[in-house]
Write a protein that binds this ligand. Structure first.
Ligand SMILES: [Cu+2]
Length: 352
């Protein structure tokens, strides 16, 4: 609400200034009624160019100061570090180029504003200049693109040699279900046509497939730290997107096909909760929640940091609510949790 009010106030102030300028103008005795811009008009426009430059620089500084804290904490996956470096370098380049070119653009607009009898020095064409402003972006962009392709190939390195845990992420309007491949680490075949809600076969698993019996269906993902995970995504209805921001991972879930994404988690949930920036963020959110609780509003329980799986495609009216908790823990904790889970075969046997 406050940002909206701030914007409205800024707009109103701008309108007020504009109206006052008009009144001031009207109160002057007109000496020049021509519609062609004169030196005074050009001077005003020159100064306005400068004012706008100061405005965008101030806005940039304000955004850095105000919104840096909402950024994600450090990457919790192996490939995340390289992904973040690529992102940071791209942002630094964009930031420097934009700051410099905006400054020059507005400065020159001011310096060479129209003045009677003044003519700026200009080139109709200049091969050397054109060469320079073509070759620099070509080199920089090629570098970024090549680095990006290299990073992408690294990230999409999905293979079975690293002994990954296979987990299916099943998306539907509006929830996630996860299926572990069990002891054999092979997921049983599944198809939406085989969904049998009455018999608790919510994922349409082929009961005749021998790989299916040991599969484990869960509503919360547990991952052992340092072990590669291979996620296989399916969707029941529309396009969804499995988004795990803390692991810098995202892959679309497409009805009728299986998509994949794999990563190795490197930081356990418990360790992440101790990171200073996470502690700070949790404190900030809980402060807001306490304030809301004092006013008697809803959803004010103290919040604790957890990794999440979110949907990142607007897939319908409850899209915002499509999320699942991910817990990264030690190998022992993971094994203990897994031992407590019921396999698909066991839950089928208990239904029939
Ligand atoms: Cu969705």
């Amino acid at each position: 609400m406050t940002p909206l009010l701030t914007i409205i106030v800024l707009i109103l102030v701008a309108i007020a200034i504009w109206q006052m300028t008009k009144i001031f103008e009207l109160s002057q005795i007109k000496t020049d009624n021509s519609q062609i811009a004169n030196d005074t008009d050009n001077k005003y426009n020159g100064y306005l160019m400068f004012a706008f430059l100061i405005f965008i620089y101030a806005l940039t500084i304000f955004s850095f100061w105000k919104y840096t804290k909402v950024l994600l904490p450090e990457a919790a996956s192996e490939h995340g570090e390289e992904y973040d470096s690529l992102m940071l370098v791209s942002f630094i380049i964009i930031f420097l180029v934009q700051t410099l070119t905006q400054g020059l653009l507005h400065y020159f607009a001011f310096k060479y504003r129209g003045e009677k009898g003044k003519k700026a020095l200009f080139f109709a064409d200049n091969d050397r200049l054109e060469f320079i402003w073509t070759i620099i972006p070509v080199i920089v962009l090629s570098g970024l693109i090549l680095w990006g392709l290299y990073a992408w190939t690294n990230i999409m390195d999905i293979n079975d040699e690293d002994d990954p845990i296979t987990i299916e992420l099943y998306a539907q309007q509006f929830s996630w279900t996860a299926r572990y491949a069990g002891d054999d680490n092979v997921l049983g075949d599944a198809n939406v046509r085989m969904i049998d809600i009455d018999n608790a076969n919510i994922l349409g698993i082929d009961m005749a497939d021998p790989n299916a019996a040991d599969d484990v269906i869960v509503r919360e993902i547990h991952l052992p730290v340092g072990r590669k995970v291979n996620f296989k995504m399916r969707s029941q209805d529309v396009l969804h997107s499995a988004y795990m921001p803390h692991f810098r991972a995202q892959m679309n879930c497409v009805p009728g096909m299986i998509t994949q994404f794999s990563f190795t988690p490197t930081i356990t949930t418990a360790e992440m909760r101790q990171k200073p920036d996470v502690v700070e963020k949790v404190k900030g959110i809980n402060k807001q929640r306490a304030e809301r609780a004092a006013k008697g509003e809803e959803n004010t329980d103290p919040w604790e940091f957890d990794y999440v799986l979110l949907c990142n495609k607007i897939c319908g009216k409850s899209h915002y609510n499509m999320q699942m908790k991910i817990i990264v823990e030690t190998e022992e904790e993971y094994n203990k949790w897994m031992a407590e889970q019921k396999s698909f075969g066991e839950s089928m046997a208990s239904v029939q």
